[in-house]
Design a protein around this ligand. Structure first.
Ligand SMILES: Nc1ncnc2c1ncn2[C@@H]1O[C@H](COP(=O)(O)OP(=O)(O)OP(=O)(O)O)[C@@H](O)[C@H]1O
Ligand SMILES: Cc1cn([C@H]2C[C@H](O)[C@@H](COP(=O)(O)O)O2)c(=O)[nH]c1=O
Length: 219
């Protein structure tokens, strides 16, 4: 039988998981990132950190923030490459966290990058090409609900992309061009607790097997 000390030591040696939340605006990603981060830290007692993209704190992130707040304009492809660069500049710290055993719960990543640029009519393969080589998420939770219902949620309309027609295109690209069979599609049009209970259960059931897999790479 394994002693508690030995079990703790083995846990320390396990790598962290990369958990990603994706979906259109206002589907509840940030709320669920916070909830799962609390679950992993408090109920599972594992080191956990939440991250979000764009990371608006870096110099590149500040340029993106100005664009999102309609303070500047930019060529769509140049903008796309900046969103991607904002992920590449985080690559080493993501890998360090995972390799040191910290789980990361991430609010948007490469799939947001592709969905939002492709919704402007730019080729999906071109959009995805600059994501190849980045660390691959272990679980993607895709939060799904109708654009109409998401629009009714708080504070909609403030930033550049918060327009109903554009959001409908984004949803279509996620669901028709990006969604992989491995994605966990979550009905987001339920209470916060109903959604988080389902997500916590999925996380708990996949934790052990995913910890044994090597960290993947987007390809
Ligand atoms: N399950 C839910 N039911 C009702 N309201 C919710 C639910 N989840 C989140 N909300 C509310 O909806 C709003 C948007 O939530 P949140 O910021 O988590 O979404 P988001 O997907 O991260 O949005 P965005 O991508 O636009 O930043 C907030 O006011 C939040 O309190
Ligand atoms: C990562 C990423 C994001 N976007 C868009 C999507 C949203 O409209 C904003 C971010 O808003 P949030 O409230 O901070 O989630 O940026 C994008 O166009 N491309 C990307 O790669």
């Amino acid at each position: 039988m394994i002693s508690i000390q030995e079990d703790n030591r083995m846990n320390i040696m396990k790598r962290g998981l990369f958990i990603l939340f994706e979906g259109a605006d206002r589907v509840g990603k940030s709320t669920q990132v916070q909830s799962l981060t609390n679950h992993i830290s408090n109920s599972r007692n594992l080191p956990t950190k939440s991250l979000r993209f764009p990371d608006r704190t870096t110099p590149i992130g500040q340029i993106l923030n100005q664009y999102l707040q309609n303070a500047t304009n930019m060529d769509d492809r140049a903008l796309h490459l900046l969103f991607s660069s904002n992920r590449w500049e985080a690559k080493d710290s993501i890998l360090e966290l995972l390799n040191s055993g910290t789980n990361i719960v991430v609010d948007r990543y490469s799939y947001s990058g592709v969905a939002y640029t492709a919704a402007k009519g730019i080729d999906v393969d071109w959009c995805y090409s600059c994501e190849k080589g980045l660390p691959e998420p272990d679980i993607v939770f895709y939060l799904s609900m109708s654009t109409e219902d998401a629009t009714k949620r708080g504070d909609y309309g403030g930033e550049r992309y918060e327009k109903v027609e554009f959001q409908m295109k984004i949803k279509q690209i996620y669901e028709e061009k990006l969604k992989r069979p491995s994605w966990k599609v979550i009905n987001a049009n339920r209470t916060v607790e109903e959604v988080s209970n389902e997500i916590n259960q999925i996380f708990d059931s996949e934790l052990e097997s995913l910890q044994k897999k090597p960290i993947g790479t987007l390809n």
